[in-house]
Design a protein around this ligand. Structure first.
Ligand SMILES: Nc1ncnc2c1ncn2[C@@H]1O[C@H](COP(=O)(O)OP(=O)(O)OP(=O)(O)O)[C@@H](O)[C@H]1O
Ligand SMILES: [Mg+2]
Length: 108
């Protein structure tokens, strides 16, 4: 990450299924947390694969997770990102969450 004190939303987006969004979301969150950064994870995929990682991995025990797959996700993520890094995992198919978030998110 270019900025040492970056706070904001990082959304992992592509409508190609199985590209690695959830894996990268989880790994990024675990590494940034290890570096001492304040992180919140947002699971915007109705399949909730990130929630499953979160429930099963020790590395995630102290990282808060918001599971929200409807269009309110953009507002919730933006709100949470005022004082922390918010990592949003999106669905591998077209739905409202990435559409509403595309104006206000950084994406990669
Ligand atoms: N537990 C697992 N064991 C083996 N391979 C896995 C496992 N979880 C994911 N994979 C594989 O790793 C790759 C990336 O999966 P990942 O779930 O991160 O992609 P994704 O972009 O989040 O998928 P989706 O679009 O379905 O949300 C895929 O090829 C997937 O099949
Ligand atoms: Mg996924």
């Amino acid at each position: 990450m270019a900025k040492q004190n970056f706070k904001g939303v990082i959304a992992l987006m592509t409508v190609k299924g199985g590209a690695g969004k959830t894996t990268l979301s989880a790994c990024l969150a675990a590494e940034l947390h290890r570096q001492g950064k304040a992180i919140t994870l947002v699971d915007a995929d109705p399949q909730q694969s990130l929630t499953a990682w979160h429930q099963n991995g020790e590395a995630f025990a102290s990282i808060p997770l918001i599971a929200e797959a409807d269009e309110t996700v953009a507002t919730k993520a933006k709100e949470a990102s005022k004082d922390r890094i918010v990592i949003v995992d999106t669905a591998g198919f077209a739905n409202r969450a990435p559409l509403t978030s595309s104006e206000s998110y950084w994406s990669m």
